[in-house]
Design a protein around this ligand. Sequence first.
Ligand code: SAH
Ligand code: SF4
Length: 360
Amino acid sequence: MATNLLDFDAQQMTDWFAEQGEKPFRARQVLRWIHKSGESDFSAMTDLAASLRDKLQRDACITAPTVVREELSSDGTRKWLLNVGTGNAIETVFIPEAERGTLCISTQAGCALDCSFCSTGKQGFNRNLSVSEIIGQLWWANRQMGKDADGLWPVSNVVLMGMGEPLLNFNNTVSALRLMLDDHAYGLSRRRVTLSTSGIVPAMDRLRDECPVALAVSLHAPNNALRDVLVPINKKYPLDLLMAACQRYLEKAPRDFITFEYVMLRGVNDSVQLAYELIELVRDVPCKLNLIPFNPFPQTHYQRSDKDTIQRFRDVLMQADIVTTTRKTRGDDIDAACGQLAGQVQDKTKRTHRLMGARP
Ligand code: SAH
Ligand code: SF4
């Protein structure tokens, strides 16, 4: 079977070329063709010897997941549904803003962690995405939208906030991150790539050591009793361990703060008293708080906190000198907002059955 070169970061590409008896600079040339030029046709790689082009055409390929559907929101947000085989689809979202273009990408088909307010979690877990499926989302989105007049790709920032828990697909996620950062691929600065995690403590340490990028941590509650309910992985990695891991991460992080995400659920985690508890919790961690108005989806019993409640919660944090922003909801007319990404995942955990009270 042909080897998919979209599965390789720079080192892996060099290793593969070495196995073929080719020099490292050939690997670099091909890497640039694929990621910098968005090329998928070996015959167009004109600075390679004809014999190498023929060989690549025979033994290799450049294959991203295929797009099943594209949707465009009235606010310019785009969503792509990508087929990743065996009945699974994942979603990628592009959010254009004046100064940047942010791509929100997925790292797993489904998610095993089952946070109670998350549509992806409700589908259960199917499998980890491969490197080509993760980086392929960026590769595809850039190609689809095309370079601007200055020759720049439209995606300037990447957030790993789509479907799945990136730190539970560690190796493939890190290879994809390395490509995002590599000057011969996308050349994004570490500050422009943000990984969001529900708090997988040991993997946060590994990320810090192997490939630190900007970090967002999904907090959602200031105490263990409530967080156990909202983010069940909290039972394994409770808040004291999580806060300590954040401190350690900051030693090597490209930014000097952690972003804490806090979804605003009406009557659940949005009281002034909890805002005070939150201030205590994060007291020793340099951070910014990002409040995310809850985005509803069909099978949920949660509701979004109202505007005034969110504002009041924010005011309390701001008075304690914690920089707090409220995330603008983008693309909700095409179900592209945070936590609404559903794709269609074949649930290997049969969670949907359990939820419906049926036997798996
Ligand atoms: N698994 C990772 C990254 C993907 S989720 C994580 O949990 O951090 C990205 C963000 O969307 C997380 O902060 C998550 O808590 C939030 N989110 C999930 N469901 C949501 C919903 N229905 N409304 C608003 N935000 C949601
Ligand atoms: Fe998984 Fe993140 Fe959704 Fe939780 S919020 S179920 S970790 S994707």
